[in-house]
Design a binder for this molecule. Structure first.
Ligand SMILES: Cc1cc2nc3c(=O)[nH]c(=O)nc-3n(C[C@H](O)[C@H](O)[C@H](O)COP(=O)(O)OP(=O)(O)OC[C@H]3O[C@@H](n4cnc5c(N)ncnc54)[C@H](O)[C@@H]3O)c2cc1C
Length: 388
C-alpha cells in the first residue's frame, strides 16, 4: 500500500487551477470574438487591428513577461494552452500569439539585458507585436547559411540583406533579425539584432499569398544600409546561432500546440456534423464505419495532446525536452492533416466549400509540417538522439 506521504506526479492533462481558468478565458474569447471573424479574415488575408488589441487586453500577448514589466507572469505551458485554444477556432490567430510569446518574448527574456527588457517588454505586454526573422531565400532548413550582413560602424551595426517568410511581418513593430558579422566564421558570425520598424533602411516587402493560415501575414523584409544601435544586439555578437537554436527548440512546441488545437477543432466540427446530417434515414454518425473513423481521430488527437503537454511541462520543469519537442511537432502536424482531411470527407460536398469551416482547417494544417523546422528536420533531431 502506498504511504500517506507518497507524492505522485500529476497526470499530464490535469490542469492546475490557474491553468484551467486561463484556458477557459481564452476558449471563451476564441468562441465569442474570433469565431465570427474566421471566414472574413481568411478571405481578406488580414487580421483587424481591433482583434489584436483585444488579444493584448486578454493578456495573451505577454504571457511569460513578468508582472514587473506589465506581463501576465505566467509559464510556457500557459502559452501552449493559449495557442491551442485559439487554433481550435483559427490557427492564424494561434500563430500570431505563438510567435509573439514562444519566439520573440522568449528570446528577449532569455537573452535581453536589463536595459533591453525595460525598453521593450512593457510595450510587448501592452501593444507591440513582434516577429522573428531568420529565414532567407537561400537558407531555410539550412538556416545558418544565411547571407544577411551586419557591418560594424561606430556605435551601430549596418545591416544589408533580405529576409523571407516572416510571420507577423505586417503587424509587427519589432523584429528579431539574424545577420552575420563575419561570413567566414560560419555560424559563429551570426548575431541577433532588435530592429524597429521605423529604423532607417528597414522596409517590409511583399506579402505572400498562401494556401492556409491566410490571415497571418508572411512577408519579406528588406534591409538596405539599415542602422541598428549596438545596444540593440540581443545576446552576444557571434552568439545569434544560440539565440536561434534555443528559441526555436521551444517555439516548436508552440507549433505542436497550434496543430493540436486545429485537430481538436476539426474533430469537434466532424462530430457535430455527423450527428446532424442524415442519409439512409439516419444520422451518418450512427453508422459504425463513421463512428470508427471518428474514434480513430480521437485516438490521434489524444496522442498529440499528450506529447505537446509533455514537451511543454518538461520545458517548464527545466528538464531536457529537445527530442520530445521534435516528436510533438511532427506528430501534431500529421494528426492535424489527417483529422482535418477526415473532417472534409465526413462533411461530404459541404466539406469542399467555404461556407463550412473544415476546408479552411485542412488548408491550414499543411503549414505545421513546414515552418519552424520541416518534418524531415524533426526526424533528423529524433534520429540523432536515437543513434547517438
Ligand atoms: C507561412 C510561413 C511562415 C513562416 N514564418 C517564418 C518566420 O516567422 N520566421 C522565419 O525565420 N521563417 C519563417 N518561415 C520559413 C520556414 O521556417 C521555412 O520555410 C522552413 O524552415 C523550410 O525552409 P525552406 O522553405 O527553405 O525549405 P527547404 O529547406 O528548401 O526544404 C525543402 C525540402 O527539403 C527537405 N530537406 C532540406 N534539408 C534536408 C535534409 N538535410 N534532410 C532531409 N530533407 C531535407 C525539407 O524537409 C523540405 O521537405 C515561414 C514559412 C512559411 C511558409
Amino acid at each position: 500500500m502506498a504511504q500517506e506521504t507518497a507524492e505522485y506526479a500529476q497526470p499530464l492533462t490535469v490542469l492546475a487551477e490557474d491553468e484551467a481558468i486561463f484556458r477557459d478565458s481564452v476558449r471563451e474569447f476564441a468562441e465569442a470574438q474570433v469565431r465570427p471573424l474566421v471566414r472574413e479574415m481568411d478571405e481578406h488575408a488580414k487580421f483587424p487591428r481591433t482583434l489584436i488589441d483585444q488579444l493584448f487586453d486578454l493578456g495573451v500577448m505577454g504571457i511569460e513577461i513578468p508582472e514587473t514589466y506589465g506581463g501576465a507572469g505566467a509559464r510556457f505551458f500557459h502559452s501552449v494552452l493559449a495557442v491551442e485554444e485559439l487554433s481550435r477556432v483559427d490557427p492564424s490567430v494561434g500563430v500570431l500569439v505563438d510567435v509573439q510569446n514562444t519566439l520573440v518574448i522568449n528570446a528577449l527574456l532569455r537573452w535581453g539585458n536589463e536595459e533591453i527588457k525595460r525598453r521593450y517588454l512593457p510595450k510587448m505586454s501592452a501593444s507591440l507585436v513582434g516577429a522573428y526573422a531568420l529565414s532567407e531565400a537561400g537558407s531555410g532548413s539550412d538556416a545558418f547559411a544565411l547571407s544577411s550582413r551586419a557591418r560594424e560602424n561606430g556605435d551601430s551595426y549596418v545591416l544589408n540583406g533580405r529576409k523571407l517568410w516572416i510571420t507577423n511581418g505586417n503587424e509587427a513593430d519589432l523584429f528579431i533579425v539574424f545577420a552575420t558579422v563575419n561570413p567566414e566564421a560560419g555560424y559563429r558570425g551570426i548575431t541577433a539584432f532588435l530592429v524597429e520598424r521605423g529604423f532607417p533602411g528597414f522596409t517590409v516587402g511583399k506579402k505572400e499569398d498562401k494556401l492556409g493560415i491566410r490571415a497571418s501575414s508572411t512577408c519579406e523584409l528588406i534591409l538596405e544600409e539599415c542602422r541598428v544601435p549596438k545596444s540593440n544586439v540581443l545576446g552576444e555578437v557571434g552568439k545569434g546561432y544560440k539565440v536561434a537554436i534555443e528559441t526555436l527548440n521551444e517555439g516548436r512546441i508552440g507549433i505542436g500546440a497550434q496543430m493540436l488545437g486545429l485537430a481538436k477543432g476539426a474533430l469537434e466540427h466532424a462530430v457535430k456534423y455527423t450527428k446532424e446530417r442524415k442519409q439512409f434515414g439516419k444520422a451518418i454518425g450512427e453508422f459504425q464505419g463513421v463512428q470508427f473513423q471518428l474514434a480513430r481521430a480521437a485516438v490521434e488527437v489524444e496522442a498529440a495532446r499528450l506529447s505537446v503537454y509533455n514537451a511543454a511541462r518538461l520545458r517548464d520543469a527545466g528538464r531536457p525536452f529537445l527530442t520530445e519537442a521534435a516528436i510533438c511537432k511532427i506528430l501534431s502536424s500529421e494528426v492535424a492533416e489527417s483529422v482535418s482531411s477526415l473532417a472534409v470527407n465526413l462533411f461530404g460536398g459541404n466539406g469542399f466549400v467555404k461556407e463550412y469551416p473544415v476546408e479552411k482547417l485542412f488548408r491550414d494544417a499543411k503549414i505545421g509540417q513546414i515552418y519552424e523546422g520541416t518534418s524531415n528536420l524533426q526526424l533528423q533531431t529524433i534520429a540523432k538522439q536515437l543513434l547517438g
